[in-house]
Write a protein that binds this ligand. Sequence first.
Ligand SMILES: Cc1cc2nc3c(=O)[nH]c(=O)nc-3n(C[C@H](O)[C@H](O)[C@H](O)COP(=O)(O)OP(=O)(O)OC[C@H]3O[C@@H](n4cnc5c(N)ncnc54)[C@H](O)[C@@H]3O)c2cc1C
Length: 967
Amino acid sequence: MLFYMVITMTKPSSDKADVVIIGGGVVGTSIAYSLSCYDLRVILLEKDNDVSLGATRANSGIVHAGYDPIPESLMARLNVEGNRRMSALCKDLDVPFETCGSLVISRSEEEDQIIQQLYERGIRNGVPELKILSADATLDREPYLTRDVHSSLFAPSAGIVMPWTLCIAMAEVFARNGGEIRLETCVSGLNSSTSGIRVQTNRGDINARFVVNAAGLFSDEIHNMADRPDFKILPSRGEYYLLEKNQGKWAKSVIFSCPSPITKGVLVARTAHGNLIIGPTSETISDKEDTSTTAEKLHEIREKASSLVPCINFSENIRNYSGIRANSDRHDFIIRRVPSVPGLIDVAGIKSPGLAASPAIGPYVVDLLRREGLQLQMNSSILRDPNRLKRKVVRFHDMSPQERASLISTDTRYARMVCRCETVTEGEIRDAIHAPLPARTIDAIKRRTDAGLGRCQGGFCAPRIAAILAEELHIKPTDILQDKEGSYLFTGPTKIAPESTCDAVAVTKADTISGRTDSMPAEVKHCALAIIGAGPAGLAAASKAYAEGITDIIVFERDKETGGILNQCIHTGFGLRVYNETLTGPEYAERAAKEIENTDISIFTDTMVLDIRSDRLITAVNRKDGLFFCHADAIILAMGCRERTRGAIAIPGSRPSGIWTAGTAQRYMNIEGCMIGSQAVILGSGDIGLIMARRLMLEGIHVKACVEVMPEPGGLSRNIAQCLEDFNIPLLLSHTVTEIKGKERLESVVIAQVDSKRDIIVGTEKEITCDTLLLSVGLIPENELTKQAGLTLDKNTGGPYVVNATTCLTDGFFACGNVLHVHDLVDDVTLEAHKAAYEAAAFLKANGNIHIDDKESISGPMSSVTHTQNTPNSLRILPSDAIRYVIPQYLSLPINNDIIDISFRVRQSYELAEIIIRRSDKLEVYRERKSHVKPGEMQKIHFSSSMLMAPEINQNVDLILDITEGN
Ligand SMILES: Cc1cc2nc3c(=O)[nH]c(=O)nc-3n(C[C@H](O)[C@H](O)[C@H](O)COP(=O)(O)OP(=O)(O)OC[C@H]3O[C@@H](n4cnc5c(N)ncnc54)[C@H](O)[C@@H]3O)c2cc1C
């Protein structure tokens, strides 16, 4: 099967070049960039399908100040010079960079001495403004550091940069100025002759006057093709954690622990993108391409980093990865002419600080080439227009509202959001595909636009990016790669999809015409009620609020259709409570949508809400209206949830394609019609995973096991029976996946048994061959907008705190559905949404909202709810240790509704349980006996509010919800 198109930047017509550069890392591209202002034929050869896929892809991204290298070494000189040049270079190339300074932390007198040595070395190397800080001054600068700081070495000139962006930017400018980049072109031989060097590759030979060997880890092998062995590359692997942006705040500077002769330090830093990076380890390995992570090394990093910055929250991890340093058996960079091979220049052993040094390495090598006889004549078009050495890209995420509006007014493709986490637009994705060095894979798009780099790790945007790639490149989804050659995504169309349906990934085609919107961001719209999200929660809230008399409603939905996640749930089992029949997801969505047909409710689909302020000003964008603002008197949040990814559970191993969250796999199979593999393992027995197990079996994908870390399944009992037992899929409880194997595509997973503390039981490991791993390891309410609006989230539910049922603690905000807490059944979501509608309507009425129709309200029993200001007269409901969470967390006083509904989840199973509500003064107000209480099933109790009335209930008394074993 053909998985990938051959990419060359220009046709390899001629086989002659002035200079051939081997290697498209940051070093090779820096040399190419430095040569791009001269009249020369330069060809850059890269064995992989994109530049920056070697050490340049996976490193710390630190622009070291230069106190570390041995004085007088080439490394010291190029590091300090590279650091000096980096800021201007990044400005010219529009690459994210920040001079944030670095600190090496001493925690003992011994370490103070090392700090002193580093300081002296730095001074000799010419590092500017270097100083030693006292403990207090260090803590002033970095307040989240451990308190046992002794002193630190502060280097204000250190910085952070996006390594792959720098590499791609230099390659793009080189290509735009006539340089040739030949991807998937592997050098296999070098033959020296009087006229130059013949470079042999898998795509033909090239005669070059000069060859620059910038092949990173393989630079010794390249050297040995032309000369006797002279140096050896000793690969050294470094593993990392990459945490969510909300953890970036712990490090203002780059923080290094002090290295010692026996232990290597660890660094904690923000990335230029705002995440927190922690690592790397240092381990000499034999396989130059083994970028796996390991449980031991990840543990080592966690321990070291936590002792340095104790408040790091590792549950915010989004990714683990490793990179391999091209250390050599020399102590310095090897940048020199090879005496026995005229025209050959080695640029080898470029370990850290190679990235920092790269802006200086390019010019240094150009000068070396000049001294070797290369004529350097400035290119006339660059002389005329020096801006040809610069680059500017669209980054919607970083733009002001005015800039965004103006951009959209020129091309509405910038008004369609593809990556919701990083706010990347369709326009940016298409720009990347049409850039001078075009993106051709999902990860190549990520490296150029940041799409997929965020908290959901591509779960939402990858199918949309695949669609755009398929359309722009005129290829089938089966030819789309995740990353390198071999990292295929799909094996063909599903059974239910005709062959052509697999092409339907390109669903955006008809709508992707570029065009102009009429206006700049316009006047502020206004509505009585804005609903964010048109899944089942948003739709039900809209129809019920309308029935309550609110006619002025706007529903915002980022997808092209309403219905949310239901659209991809083609199985039955929805609607028994609400519609009294069992429907498929799309049928339920259709019913919900029908309920708002023939109303005045405005539905804005394909519209992304970018921001909500606490005063309920919404900023949104779509192709029709461009960027616009809407002020709402009340807002119902109904944004649903997202899936936990591999990063959240930090499974060690390699990073091949074939690992999907269950919901993303469901979308690919059920909406796009693409087969995602042939042999699968499911990790986690949540409902989506169970449903997908059956779906895969029906499609002919062999599900070898469903592996669950808990001693009991996470999903509904009916799904265990219908989706696993009926298909003889083994459910392995108290098991987990301990390692992922496979180079480009998944080849196998290792599973093992765990004990009651979820620690792996050594000796129980078993390897299962598979090309697909589905992760069904939990859902997280999607509350980024909620946080932007200033609402506080309950860490137990992941959603906002609510009073009564759905009223948030900030005036005029309400939340329902999976954004509030994750539900098992859509019917419960709908019923909760009705409550949100009632509560929002009561709020609007209480505030004399003029948009409420004074027609008779047609609501049911909840209509008696009057809005009470949620603070300060509220009663707290607290979960005991046995309860995972409770909704609502507050009841407003006085309690006006007769029946109080409480939803909660437990931590363990009970065959027979006593559910008790006690006041904090020990008075029991409610007790109920229940059988078969399980963590996987949401529990509900309803009781009369009269139970809370007497005696003298007030906000000084909390209610405690508890559960115990019944007898
Ligand atoms: C874990 C880790 C942390 C690091 N942290 C930092 C840091 O914070 N700051 C810093 O300054 N530096 C850091 N570095 C070092 C820095 O990443 C490297 O010095 C730099 O990326 C090296 O760039 P390169 O172009 O030499 O190598 P690479 O990026 O590896 O590029 C070499 C290229 O050559 C290609 N190639 C190889 N053989 C052939 C062939 N036969 N034909 C065609 N192409 C070929 C490869 O595919 C590859 O793309 C770190 C490195 C690692 C691994």
